[in-house]
Design a protein around this ligand. Structure first.
Ligand SMILES: [Zn+2]
Length: 220
């Protein structure tokens, strides 16, 4: 599989959006990738996770950890294919959102991570915000993070910037990111998308935003 074919797949499913978005961290974004429209296509999810799993067969990974909720199917398929490729059992857990943090609060999940070699994974890594929280939760549970994987990532994301030994992604997608107080799109009064990402929170705190608000998914 090539980066181009992955990009074409994501584009054909409507996973790659352009506009004025707000990320999990509160940063403003000139584009947004949302793998939700891909997830009903189980074979496509399996195929992408197989391709991603092939890049991590040397790390002796024992468990895959993801953030809820879009990461959950990825964790299952990544662990399934990684287990088959390495002939070792690989488990999967997800962290739930909990008061602005991520937490392995489901019964058995924290214990499953203890003293294990962990692959962190997410559908899309924009600014490392969610991955940072996920990494903290894994470390708190006693897991050893050996690598990070994502289906797609913004161009600035590297192993070095993440602070982990290895990072691989199937597709690079570039768009601008801004601090909210210094956003070119806000200055140009581009409407903020409220039905994808966290624009709805921005709308609650900035109801009088001069650019107004819009929806990205209404026609789809
Ligand atoms: Zn903005």
């Amino acid at each position: 599989v090539t980066e181009k074919s992955v990009r074409q797949l994501l584009e054909s499913k409507g996973c790659i959006l352009e506009g004025h978005f707000v990320g999990t961290s509160g940063a403003h974004l000139g584009g947004y990738n949302n793998l939700d429209p891909l997830l009903p296509d189980v074979e496509a999810v399996s195929q992408l996770c197989f391709e991603l799993a092939r890049l991590f067969t040397k790390e002796a990974i024992q468990i895959v950890a993801v953030p809820a909720t879009a990461g959950i199917p990825l964790s299952q398929w990544l662990a399934h294919h990684l287990g088959n490729l390495t002939n070792q059992p690989v488990q999967a857990v997800w962290a739930d959102k909990s008061g602005g943090q991520l937490d392995f609060k489901r019964h058995g999940f924290g214990g499953a991570l203890k003293n294990k070699r962990v692959l962190l994974a997410d559908d899309m890594i924009n600014r490392m915000f969610s991955v940072g929280k996920l990494g903290s939760a894994v470390s708190t549970a006693g897991g050893q993070i050996v690598a990070v994987a994502s289906i797609a990532a913004n161009s600035g994301v590297t192993a070095e910037s993440l602070g982990y030994p290895k990072f691989e992604t199937l597709c690079r997608i570039e768009y601008e990111t801004f601090e909210p107080e210094n956003c070119r799109l806000c200055q140009e009064e581009v409407p903020i998308v409220v039905d994808v990402g966290h624009g709805d929170k921005f709308q609650n705190t900035h109801p009088d935003f001069a650019g107004g608000f819009t929806k990205a998914l209404s026609q789809k």
